[in-house]
Design a protein around this ligand. Structure first.
Ligand code: ASP
Length: 311
């Protein structure tokens, strides 16, 4: 296959961010976490690798980083446990793999990809998902592997009022900020892919499934239009089918990517509900959010690169 496109990768680390007065050393840790994840995915694209491999690689790095609410840094459910969701989508053929409410999988995005590539089914949840992971030799950890003192404090604060919150919602002064993670990419063959992984919302009910592992809600990719990964209040993104609505606006309404994404984020979604990253088949990309910030970063083959947290 001949090389036709200049590759690009965009990542996010959640739409609820640390406060602006956070200590510079702490800010630096977030920036570094995003940089390492961005570079790892970009290097794959730069070496002629696939968008699918690139988005998975970036998400694995973010899942391994306790600062972000995915994998190692997953928040707590109302039962005091951790339940993780993840999805991956291949824009070439709309193949989709996802997993939800898994408790012992170190890298849920790897399980999502294993499901996509090795099963007739697209989504596996809970114990069935973990059985599938066992059969495919994925790495298991104890649920306590995801424990974190600061996150537990967030749960204790959320519980009395029964509120379900994103990271930082309860404690704007907290030094520790996290968020769902995701990546979208266009590779040099013109293929698009998207991946998203999350611990969900603090104090979510056990068994609750968010937008992340639902095709068209939190994750979407189709080579005809774009690849999208969302972050925010999952229920809102599910109701609005946020990710695939951008695709539909582009495909049927012939809207450019940025207009379609802005319409979804600023007109359809509730204010302060979240944000998303998206890249189209020509390599245009956008990162709109209706929250005070969103951990985000991009890198293009032309050398253009940026890592940002706030506006
Ligand atoms: N969208 C995720 C969920 O609802 C949470 C987040 O993005 O912060 O599970």
């Amino acid at each position: 296959m001949s090389v036709v496109m200049e590759p690009v990768i965009v990542i996010h680390g959640g739409a609820r961010v640390i406060p602006g007065n956070t200590a510079p050393e702490k800010v630096e840790q977030y920036m570094l976490g995003l940089k390492v994840a961005l570079e790892s995915g970009f290097n794959i694209l730069n070496d002629g690798g696939s968008a699918l491999d690139a988005v998975m690689e970036s998400v694995i790095f973010l899942e391994d980083n306790p600062l972000f609410n995915a994998g190692r840094g997953a928040v707590y459910t109302s039962c005091g446990t951790h339940e993780l969701d993840a999805a991956i989508m291949d824009g070439r053929n709309r193949n989709f793999g996802a997993t939800c409410t898994v408790k012992h999988i170190k890298h849920p995005v790897k399980l999502a990809r294993t499901i996509m590539e090795n099963s007739y089914h697209h989504i596996f949840s809970g114990e069935g998902a973990e059985d599938f992971a066992r059969k495919h030799n994925l790495e298991f950890v104890k649920n306590s592997f995801f424990d974190d003192e600061d996150r537990y404090k967030e749960l204790l604060k959320a519980r009395p009022d029964g509120v379900i919150v994103r990271d930082h919602d309860l404690d704007p002064g907290a030094p520790k900020g996290m968020g769902t993670v995701g990546a979208v990419a266009l590779d040099s063959f013109g293929n698009l892919a998207a991946a998203t992984s999350t611990g969900g919302l603090t104090n979510k009910s056990c068994g609750r499934v968010g937008d992340t592992p639902l095709l068209g809600a939190g994750t979407f990719a189709d080579n005809q239009t774009c690849a999208v990964s969302c972050t925010g209040f999952g229920e809102e993104f599910i109701k609005k089918l946020a990710a695939s609505d951008i695709h539909a606006k582009m495909l049927y309404g012939h809207m450019p990517l940025d207009e379609a994404a802005e319409e979804v984020v600023f007109k359809h979604l509730e204010p302060d509900s979240g944000g998303l990253i998206a890249v189209d088949r020509k390599g245009n990309f956008t990162m709109p959010f209706n929250t005070p910030g969103m951990f985000r970063a991009y890198r293009t083959a032309a050398g253009d690169s940026s890592i940002k947290i706030w506006e």
